[in-house]
Design a protein around this ligand. Structure first.
Ligand code: UFG
Length: 323
């Protein structure tokens, strides 16, 4: 089987490519390297430098290879930036995705896995969040992802394009073998920033808000190991290959940890002091996001292997302290 991984040089994409190569799949990566890293694409995968605006590059790739499935990670991911620059987000995350879908439909490439997000739900009305939870995104990032989910539904009805949308909660951790990890620039995610404060690369970690309606006043999130996420992608693709219908899954561990608990766990894992500053709330942060992933577990037989927060942080620490 030959899988096209769009955005395969990024954080989640590069871990996905490694998993596919290890499992014996043929893999082609398409990435414009705007945020990804060429050296994050493991040996054994083919690399095509290209942007989803460049229809001819995608058409050529589809002409040369018969892809059996496509996993699409290429996306901007910063909620705050999406509020300041919605044009950038809708252009990249929605319109470029539609370009890709149009080429796939024209070239009769089927079986599409889409990186969606908990941000499509907006401020939760119930916890844990299952697939049927109302979709009321509160920023352009979440709205764009929800638009693509709806486009995919229509493309299935009209053109028969089968897809699975995977709504990640907080992707975290790193390759347990230490070869890959998170390299965002700028880094905005909690766990890498906490570990940079532990290693001395950052002077401190700023906790955004201590006055939320949670037991310790800091925001609660559901952290899910990057490898567990990648396994879910592969299971979803295999399910489409087995003839299943298009669907959606929420992916998390179902356990919420506060920002304060993440810092305490990081301290225990690293044995380092972590200087903490307390700041204002970050606009657009819901108090609590926790996934109900029972559907993925039941239908995909997906079982997270690294569900423990300390393990997730230990793998990220191994990456942070690599030489
Ligand atoms: N946080 C801090 N200090 C920091 C960074 C984060 O206190 O320096 C807090 C945030 O306020 C939040 C929690 O740590 O409560 C987690 O923040 P992240 O930025 O790591 O993750 P988010 O929950 O904001 O974002 C996740 C994904 C995004 C995605 C978003 C959609 O990582 O890519 O969910 O809901 F856009």
């Amino acid at each position: 089987m030959h899988v096209l991984v769009v955005g395969g040089a990024g954080y989640i994409g590069s871990h996905m490519v490694k998993l596919l190569v290890q499992r014996g799949f043929e893999v082609t990566v398409l990435d414009n390297l705007s945020t990804g890293h060429r050296d994050a694409v493991v040996e054994g995968a083919q690399f095509v430098l290209g942007d989803l605006f460049e229809r001819d590059i995608m058409e050529e790739a589809c002409r040369e290879c018969r892809f059996d499935g496509v996993i699409h990670f290429a996306s901007y991911i910063q909620v705050g930036e999406s509020v300041r620059e919605p044009a950038k987000y809708y252009r990249n995350n929605v319109f470029k995705t539609q370009n890709l879908l149009d080429v796939l439909v024209a070239r009769r490439v089927n079986n599409f896995i889409f990186s969606s997000t908990a941000a499509i739900f907006g401020e939760p009305v119930r916890i844990p969040i299952d697939e049927e939870h109302p979709k009321l995104p509160i920023n352009p990032y979440g709205r764009g992802k929800w638009m693509v989910e709806q486009i995919l539904e229509d493309y299935d009805t009209a053109y028969g394009l089968k897809s699975v949308c995977l709504r990640y909660f907080n992707a975290a951790g790193a390759d347990p073998e230490g070869q890959l990890g998170e390299r965002h620039d700028p880094e905005t995610h909690l766990i890498p920033l906490v570990l940079q404060a532990a290693s001395g690369r950052q002077p401190h970690i700023t906790v955004f808000g201590q006055d939320y309606d949670t037991p310790d006043g800091t925001c609660i999130r559901d952290y899910i190991h990057i490898n567990d996420l990648c396994e879910a992608h592969l299971l979803a693709l295999q399910r489409l290959w087995d003839g299943a219908d298009s669907t959606v899954y929420n992916l998390g561990n179902g356990n919420g940890f506060s920002v304060q608990e993440v810092i305490e766990t990081a301290h225990a894992v690293t044995g380092r002091d972590i200087p903490v500053h307390y700041g204002e709330r970050r606009p657009g942060d819901p108090a609590r996001l926790v996934a109900d992933s029972r559907k993925a577990k039941a239908e995909l037989a997906w079982e997270p292997r690294y569900a423990d927060l300390a393990t997730i942080i230990a793998h990220a620490w191994q990456w942070e302290t690599r030489s």
